[in-house]
Ligand binder design. Sequence first.
Ligand SMILES: [Zn+2]
Ligand SMILES: [Zn+2]
Length: 820
Amino acid sequence: MQPLPKKYNFSEIERKWQQRWEEMGIYHFDWNDTKRVPFTIDTPPPYPSGEFHMGNILNWTYFDIVARYKRMRGFNVLFPQGWDCHGLSIEIQVEKEHKVRKRDVPPDQFRKWCEQLIERYIAIMKDAILKLGCSIDWTTEYRTMNPDYWRRTQLSFILLHKKGYMYQGTHPVNWCPRCETAIADAEVDYEKRQSALHYIRFPLQDSSEHLLIATSRPEFIPACVAVEVNPEDERFKKHIGKKITVPIVNRTVTIIGDEAVDPDFGTGVVQICTYGDKEDVKTVMKHKLPVITLLTENGRIDENGGKYAGLTVNQARKAIVENLAAAGLLEKTEELMQEVGVCDRCKSHVEILERKQWFMKTRTLTDRVEKTANEVTWYPDYMKSRLIDWAKSLDWDWVISRQRVFATPIPVWYCKNCGELILAAEDWVPIDPKLENPHLAKCPKCGGNGFTPERDVFDTWMDSSITCAVHAGWPDREDWKRFFPADVHPSGIDIIRTWAYYLMVRHLALFNEKPYKSCLINGMVLGSDGRKMSKSLKNYVAAPEVLGKYGSDATRQWAAGGGATGSDIPFRWPDVEYGRRFLVKLWNVSRFANKLLSDYDPSEPSEFVLQPLDRWVLSKAEKLTRKVTDAMEKCQFNIAVEEIRNFTWHVFCDYYVEAVKDKLYNVDLYGSEKKVAAQYTLYEVLYRVLQLLAPITPHLTEEIYQFMYAEDKRFESLQISSWPKYNPELENEAVEKNGDLIMTIISEVRQDKAEKKLPLNAPSKTIDIYSGSVETANIINSVKEDLAGTLKIANVRVHPEKRCDCRQISPYDVYFQIEY
Ligand SMILES: [Zn+2]
Ligand SMILES: [Zn+2]
């Protein structure tokens, strides 16, 4: 056993072990191992944002605790790491950085800029993941922007197309006019925005009367295709089926009845336009109304807007309201707080456009999604309803095409002559149809030899929703099903509707199998003020600052211990500080134990008999093992970290070590058998603490292990030592109860000294303990020497009788009196 250095330098120790573990190759997943059971983690490839924030720290700490724990449990752990590169937000940032619009530069040049930006961002995030000490197998690293990954995305599309899951259709889609692309429901955020409700007169045909319509989108009047009222509404039901004139364009439309109209909102009369909102889409479909397009892809009024053509939506609104007012058709305008859909990347108001898009049939899978979600284990369990509710709420199939540049191309061409769709063959991919023709001499339908490439590309989620299969080695490894479904898919609560959902529908459709066996959900990180952490709220803390100040082990304790799995976790500096103090305490107690054990040979301890206090702490350590193992199995990391810290600090350090150190110093007094028993206990209990902590604070525990245990325990690293097996025979309630009494006596005497302003190690002459029964007296007598030594009392006298006029050892019916 080597002596531990005096000072604990976390940055040095953490850097050292991060490097050494990598050299040892202990994170390496052995694809050919047939003995150990594989355990596969579906690490969600992050979207490189150039920043590793506290939310990421929370995610990766969870992943890594699971990985390290499972490794110690003897599994062959696959902990991969990829990067989900494509996406709108990178395009937006490149446009800003180079002051261009993507349509104005050659696609190759634009792609290259995107790739360069991504590489810069990946470097920053990778550095943080390494500093956090994540036990990733870096030989698995991949980037979804590489053609080798395109191959997988494109192949999955081809297979799903052949199975009938992919189709093209003209259908209303969410459209971001700023980004000029379709976006999925999951990419629409909702924000409260101030707007106005305009009350507009629509003249009834063949009558001098009018109906009053309240709308927040008067600019859509040129695309009004019907006026709608509730058929139960006594005021208006007589008008159903009659004609009404749309002002501004002077077109007549029919008044229709639909129970979806809320008679209490606005005037109870609404205009149906194509498309002012999602309700319009539903109504148009239900009543088979005509569609008048009004917006261009960049959010301007098109030729159907007549004299307003070319204006932006906002300009058109202003002009139309002015014109209505001038014509005497605007009755009034009220302020309105409204929830509007915005693009989650650029925050522009999302419009609804009809455009030809690619879709994946997802709604037909909803029943299977629900059934499968119920078969998956969720940590915590209530999270599964988020997935099920989301799947059931979807109105449309998943629109998987995007009008962007930096993305995986859709491997499809069209015959110039007959329009036939040419789907790439499975062995043509990766392929960019814009750069390469189909590997065919002529169109299989008409024999024509000219082809037009599909210019649309895939939604980023098409790349990242096949990871469970990709991580397992699909499609290249014949035995990939050995590693599939993933044992755990860890994910944030905010992306259940995207990541967990898309993984589910893609894998079910492709392989008729669930993607993951369990789903581990983390909450959001809140600022110290309890609000979501955000730069604009000034409650933001940068992860590198935390890691730099306190190191990984302290930060990981914050992440693991901050709250129940799945709940939101506030970031508080004192929590990290507490984690750091705990590590210092562990280091100091290890150094102390290290000294007390200098003459102890763990490989050949001499004869010993365990004493009551030894058995007490060993039983408590066994109970701890049971609780921590149980918590780890249920992914309750906060319970695990709290149990270990409480035991280490308040049972092991404050009581056991304090109580036995005298025994180790004064062998003459106690005899060497008792000394060796105490040494054995000290040695094994500290080892147990290090092992249980190893998944949570890997660096410091490894450092202590290497100095004190490596020679004897013979694992190359604590990280690959086997997780302690709970032994119910060692957990003994009676032993613990007796020990607890002794510890309470020690604590009360210390309290007495403190009240009398005496130092804790002040010697005293005599203590008289009145135990109230022979049985209790026997228990106390069995540890008389320990009490004498620990409390520095020359003479310990235990009496079986009861005497209540002195100090009580609460809550016991035991009393004492000391002569100092
Ligand atoms: Zn946008
Ligand atoms: Zn053809």
